[in-house]
Design a protein around this ligand. Structure first.
Ligand code: NAD
Length: 487
């Protein structure tokens, strides 16, 4: 199939843009497995052919090193596309379900229909993954889409806006560059799906706009991810993994540990391991480390430096506004009422609070909005089970943290205040489809038993309704035999 280049635009005539994509969608062109595969392969080529441009843009926007850029953006995308390509045919297959005996002869199935034209609004912390991963889900399900990357990571947004038109079907996909005015204008249009990644304040703006047309939304938000270190934990490994999760991308990760609840008896030892780990990862002067990032904007730099006084600085605390640098910082003696414990930190600061027992952990977590991730370091299975079964979070990791978005088979997303809807892999495919139940019924038999007047056949009707539960057993005894239909 010939693939025409997509269009990249910044004009506000979004009505015409959406109408063009919807007409193309309604033509049926995006439905076939072949079209979806062609688009996914083209997107993979885009990532491979222009990897150097993505590395450069990510360095400009976030001073992201190549290893991290591959892990979360460049090679992450090619690996996710490979995963989807390997499983797409199976996901697309309609699901056969049993039919009540009263409807014999018939068969029923669930087919997965694409939704139409989606809007994808992204954020800046993983500026490739945050828009292209949702795009992969949209394509896998046979949709058209308009992408609006974040204006904060402008260098990466510009690469995406330039390359998507070169590689993907221009009739189905566009990239719109811009900030609040452009996003507001886009939200005025009628979409078939809106996928938003960002903060909960803007999420409410998005959901209000979606409500006008009853458009389904996925909201990928943030929150304060509790990270529990139990007395039974391997403290050295816990320190390594928490440090990696918190200070990757200078803490600007929605799934990063936001604060630690450490059991009192191991608090001192854990803090010792954490300090040692930070020196090992980033050295005595982390500003000189090639592996340590920068804060995305001076607005966030100013917001974060204000949080440094929320407790006693146990490690770090150095900052330099001209370089938007804040050292990896650990805070102790932090009051649950302090500013650092009121809002998502989304930066390189980690408050460590002490707890006495499992009950205190559960009460602490449940007294706050549902987080995106909950992390538990414990080698005690009963403690692990108790905490997981008494709390809620979008996803959870035991003896690790932060990694859930890169596991293709896990449903990634929040719950409650941290968002709604899941994606990645098959979960993204399902999110972008309507599970459409279809009953194929024969006209060969047309028993009067279900029709009025109801004063006839009452006993027979009751028997037939009762026997509906026999249908699955009967089907099983018929094996794979399918009752032939008229059409
Ligand atoms: P944000 O909500 O300020 O912005 C996100 C997007 O919304 C941007 O594209 C921006 O242009 C647009 N926008 C901003 N203000 C708007 C308005 N008034 N009307 C319409 N559109 C508007 O979020 P952010 O600062 O870019 O991102 C930080 C947040 O995102 C954090 O809370 C973080 O946890 C969360 N996040 C979540 C995930 C996830 O997958 N769950 C991933 C990354 C970041």
């Amino acid at each position: 199939m010939a693939v025409e280049p997509a269009s990249s635009m910044s004009t506000p005539d979004f009505g015409a843009l959406v109408a063009r994509h919807r007409n193309y969608f309604l033509s049926g062109a995006t439905r076939s497995a072949e079209w979806r595969k062609t688009q996914l392969i083209a997107l993979r080529s885009m990532m491979k052919d222009h990897a150097e441009e993505f590395y450069a843009a990510l360095w400009t926007d976030l001073r992201r090193n190549r290893t991290d850029a591959d892990w979360t953006d460049v090679k992450y995308m090619t690996s996710e596309i490979d995963h989807v390509l390997a499983h797409l045919r199976r996901w697309m297959k309609p699901l056969a379900v049993s039919t009540p005996l009263v409807l014999t002869p018939s068969h029923t199935q669930v087919q997965f229909d694409p939704l139409g034209v989606g809007l994808i609004i992204g954020t800046w912390n993983y500026p490739v993954m945050m828009v292209l991963s949702a795009l992969v889900s949209a394509i896998s399900a046979g949709n058209a889409a308009v992408i609006k990357p974040s204006e904060v990571s402008l260098a990466t947004a510009e690469v995406i806006a330039r390359l998507v038109p070169e590689y993907l079907d221009r009739n189905a996909f566009s990239v719109v560059l811009g900030a609040v005015p452009e996003t507001t204008a886009l939200l005025e249009q009628q979409w078939d799906h809106i996928f938003f990644t960002g903060g909960s304040t803007v999420a409410k703006v998005v959901m209000t706009a979606a409500a006008k047309h009853l458009t389904p939304v996925v909201l990928e938000l943030g929150g304060k991810n509790p990270t529990i270190v139990h007395s039974s934990a391997n403290l050295r490994v816990a320190a390594h993994r928490i440090a990696y999760g918190r200070w990757f991308n200078s803490g600007q990760t929605c799934t990063a540990p936001d604060y630690v609840l450490v059991f009192k008896d191991v608090a001192k030892a854990f803090l010792g391991h954490l300090k040692e780990t930070l020196l090992q990862f980033y050295g005595e002067d982390p500003q000189k480390s090639p592996d340590y990032g920068r804060i995305a904007s001076s607005h966030h730099f100013d917001r974060l430096t204000k949080l440094l006084s929320s407790g006693t600085i146990f490690h770090g605390g150095q900052h330099d506004g001209t370089d938007r640098f804040i050292a990896p910082t650990v805070l102790v003696n932090v009051s649950p009422d302090s500013p650092a414990m009121q809002e998502e930190i989304f930066g390189p600061i980690l408050p460590v609070l002490e707890v006495a027992d499992v009950r205190e952990v559960i009460d602490f977590v449940n007294a706050r909005p549902s987080p995106l991730g909950l992390y538990l370091f414990s080698d005690d299975r009963s403690v692990t089970k108790q905490i997981l079964n008494s709390t809620t979070s979008g996803d959870a990791c035991v003896n690790d943290c932060t990694l859930q978005p890169i596991l293709h088979d896990l449903p990634f997303g929040g719950v409650g205040n941290s968002g709604m809807g899941k994606y990645h892999g098959e979960w993204g495919f399902r999110t972008y489809t309507n599970a459409r139940g279809v009953l194929y019924h024969s006209t060969r038999l047309d028993s009067a038993v279900r029709y009025p007047p109801y004063d006839r056949n009452q006993r027979l009707r009751e028997f037939v309704l009762k026997s509906a539960s026999m249908a699955p057993k009967l089907r099983a005894s018929l094996g794979s035999y399918r009752i032939p239909l008229d059409s």
